[in-house]
Write a protein that binds this ligand. Sequence first.
Ligand SMILES: Nc1ncnc2c1ncn2[C@@H]1O[C@H](COP(=O)(O)OP(=O)(O)OP(=O)(O)O)[C@@H](O)[C@H]1O
Ligand SMILES: [Mg+2]
Length: 174
Amino acid sequence: MNEITTDVTMPSDLQLNLVNEAATAELAQRLAQQVRAGDVIFLQGELGAGKTTFTRHFARALGIEGRIKSPTYTLVESYTLNAGTHDATTLHHFDLYRLGDPREWYSAGFDEYLNDRTIALIEWPSQAAGALPAPTFSLTFEHADDLTDVDVESFDGVRRVRVAGTVNRLSSLG
Ligand SMILES: Nc1ncnc2c1ncn2[C@@H]1O[C@H](COP(=O)(O)OP(=O)(O)OP(=O)(O)O)[C@@H](O)[C@H]1O
Ligand SMILES: [Mg+2]
């Protein structure tokens, strides 16, 4: 048969310009609408690229109220989720920047935090290389100082993000 079919589970990615924090918030809201229990989301990119900012908007979109602290020293902050289409009970926000060694991921018991009732956002996943499962989505943020077609006023706040995932899960984000 020569019929062409698209395998919706094929790896794919898309690149977006986030011209200001509001654009980052919008992406976080779109992702929050389609996230599901068991999803693991890697957040990559240099210091100040926007990983925690994205997480704050994502958590708000899932109905989390109150302060969303950066888990720089605690390594993880966990939030109870309200019932939703995602079917998850807990959101875990990891920042592994200060993880000394990937083995610490296991000794801290973090592998048990990821299961079919949780959603996990992981900043600096490279610090636990080899210990983490394959992510559902991997977002890589960077400063986009080279973009010349954006408003000069919002220039400082421009980011570029590459979102990697599978065809079916990326389709509502573009
Ligand atoms: N388009 C944008 N998207 C996201 N954040 C932006 C944007 N423009 C400006 N910012 C600002 O950039 C900063 C990003 O800081 P943030 O703490 O989110 O970075 P981070 O990637 O988590 O860094 P770290 O690796 O230190 O944890 C915030 O102060 C945010 O307000
Ligand atoms: Mg951060």
